[in-house]
Write a protein that binds this ligand. Structure first.
Ligand SMILES: Nc1ncnc2c1ncn2[C@@H]1O[C@H](COP(=O)(O)OP(=O)(O)OP(=O)(O)O)[C@@H](O)[C@H]1O
Length: 587
């Protein structure tokens, strides 16, 4: 259940997330290629030793040719292994994104909690994909071989080993200092960058409003101010990091010079041969050069680790979700049992003790003053939010016992502010239903009295509605939203102020649409501020300040004197036949 999802993902879930990535066995090959590559890297220094110490002293051209052929073959293999390794890594990275992105996206959809910028969760999966195919991962894979190189240098002469060891330690220390210096600035910059992005999104999304209100210059100034705040710590950090980087390069070159000088001195003292001088300078360069890569790899590794933790948390809702058994198609009986709803930030409950029941094909109209909790009740009934107490049942099964996708097929919901997905009118009605057919789309539009209006649009059902349906009028959006709520085999239809933008004719048409949906077997719960819909209601629910003041037939509820309406009240039930026709207060 979503409410039981732990923010800290359990280890078993983390393991199962890893287990979902195919092709992990490719890593055995990646390691094998890395070992071979690093062994082949030793060919050049050993070639130098052999040429200087054997070929030159013996003057054997055949040996030189033989050694050169062996070295070239080894280098060709090394290039081939390098290519194969990076190809395997990039294919694995793509598989990684393909297997995790759907899980994270599904979690973003099913997890109702508002946990920061959810789009970032998917961005983190992409970040990990880039990391897995980057040069950083290659230098990390090569890192375990650095001690082996230092060991060989010690073997050639302890001085060479010592120079490599000291150089490695100094460069590592410089890397850590550089990261430490940059850390505070980078944190400051990323916070400012986030603010800049939010402001920029607002400006771009509402550009027409910004222009119409004469805010263009102000918006640009605000963006530039925020951008400067984000940039200046980045500039400061990169200046310092660059200075330390330059010092590190100087240290590295100095150590290479020191190694050559020490080698020459050792040759003069006849402690080593000239070949080892060349070999050691190649090996020291090979040991120290990747240090800079490893220092930046440490940074990349830290952010990849952070990204992995975020992806694990993001995927948790789907990974720890209990499997639900698919239930038979409901008849549309709905029961709201002692439902309450609280928001942690507000002391007063939004809803408390809501209790009613409606048989299949009933029409319940919810009325009450502004802020009474009508829309919240509909959101709870649509499964968008979960009650803090009590239960909402569709055909005896609590909403959270339904598989969310299956429940979605049977519940149609028109929110107060219609939110349409972009695309064509037909797509806005059918949503992402894979089995949607034209007949069903047109039938829903006819039922919602939207068919004629849609045909009058430039491309009919294929008219592009723009982002959030912004190329349509408020009334058109509402009609299409209504068609979407009616689309398919809906057993429970929840309409939040469907008549808000309608003229009297439109309202009349809406009433007949609702009655036809009822005749088709749907139960309807409708929030309204206008009296027209009361004429077709089987039952009326009156809310005030989150409490249920009355529930009963329209005649009973409307007959209540204003004074009795002021305190919670449940209308007494009529005859058994009335109960069936009207719906009753849940036990
Ligand atoms: N996410 C939320 N955060 C804080 N308060 C909320 C939230 N959702 C609802 N509320 C509060 O709950 C109360 C009921 O809101 P709701 O939108 O359900 O009322 P309503 O009866 O539909 O009002 P209206 O008729 O104006 O649409 C309001 O006081 C509102 O401020």
């Amino acid at each position: 259940m979503y409410s039981r999802i732990r923010r800290e993902i359990p280890a078993s879930a983390a393991r199962s997330l890893l287990g979902l990535i195919p092709g992990r066995s490719a890593f055995v090959w990646v390691v094998a290629f890395s070992v071979s590559l690093n062994i082949l890297l030793l060919v050049v220094p050993f070639y130098a030793i052999e040429v200087f110490d054997r070929v030159i002293s013996s003057g054997s051209v055949e040996t030189l040719v033989g050694l050169t052929i062996i070295a070239v073959i080894a280098l060709v293999f090394s290039a081939a292994f390098d290519t194969l390794r990076s190809r395997l890594l990039s294919r694995f990275a793509v598989r990684f994104e393909r297997s995790l992105a759907p899980i994270v996206l599904e979690s973003m959809i099913v997890d109702a909690t508002n946990r920061g910028d959810r789009a970032q969760d998917l961005a983190k999966v992409r970040e990990l994909r880039t990391f897995l195919s980057s040069a950083t991962i290659a230098s990390l894979l090569d890192a375990p071989f650095l001690p082996a190189f230092i060991f060989i240098l010690f073997f050639l002469h302890p001085w060479y080993g010592l120079i490599a060891l000291v150089g490695t330690a100094v460069l590592l220390a410089m890397g850590i200092v550089s990261r430490w210096i940059a850390r505070a600035e980078i944190a400051q910059a990323s916070e400012a960058a986030q603010k800049t992005q939010i402001t920029l999104d607002g400006i771009v999304r509402h550009s027409a409003l910004v222009r119409a209100m004469g805010w263009t210059r102000g918006a640009i100034r605000e963006f530039m101010d925020l951008n400067d705040q984000a940039l200046s710590p980045v500039v400061r950090a990169s200046e310092r990091v660059y200075a330390i980087g330059a010092a590190a390069r100087m240290v590295r070159t100095t150590l290479q010079v020191a190694a050559i000088g020490a080698g020459a001195w050792l040759v003069l003292q006849s402690e080593v041969l000239a070949g080892s001088l060349i070999a050691s300078s190649i090996l020291i360069a090979r040991t120290l050069q990747p240090m800079e890569g490893l220092i930046s790899a440490r940074r990349a590794l830290t952010s990849a680790h952070e990204a992995w933790k975020q992806v694990q948390t993001a995927a948790a809702p789907v990974l720890v979700r209990e499997k639900r058994t698919l239930l038979p198609s409901p008849s549309g009986r709905i029961a709201v049992e002692r439902v309450s709803y609280r928001i942690p930030t507000t002391p007063r409950p939004v809803l408390v003790g809501i209790n009613f029941e409606c048989p299949p094909s009933g029409i319940i109209v919810v009325i009450g003053p502004t802020g009474a909790g009508k829309s919240t009740l509909l959101r709870l009934m649509a499964g968008l939010e979960r009650p803090s107490g009590g239960t909402i049942r569709l055909d005896d099964a609590a909403l959270n016992n339904w598989d969310p996708d299956q429940l979605g097929q049977f519940v149609g919901y028109l929110p107060q502010e219609v939110q349409l997905l972009g695309g064509t009118v037909a797509e806005a009605i059918a949503g992402f239903d894979e089995h949607a057919c034209d007949e069903d789309i047109v039938a829903a539009a006819i039922l919602a009295q939207a068919h004629e209006m849609i045909l009058s649009l430039p491309a009919g059902y294929q008219t592009e509605i723009g982002r959030d349906g912004n190329r349509l009028s408020g009334g058109q959006r509402q009609r299409i939203g209504l068609a979407r709520a009616f689309f398919g085999d809906r057993k429970l239809i929840l309409l939040d102020e469907p008549n808000a933008n309608l003229d009297p004719d439109g309202e009349h048409a809406l009433c007949s649409a609702i009655q036809r949906a009822k005749a088709g077997g749907a139960t309807l719960v409708i929030v309204t501020h206008r009296p027209q819909l009361l004429t077709i209601a089987d039952a009326v629910l009156l809310l005030r300040d989150g409490a249920q003041l009355a529930f009963g037939s329209p005649a009973e509820v409307l007959r209540l004197p204003v004074t009795s309406v002021a305190k919670p009240h449940v209308v007494r039930q009529g005859t058994e036949s009335q109960k069936l026709a009207v719906g009753r207060t849940a036990r």
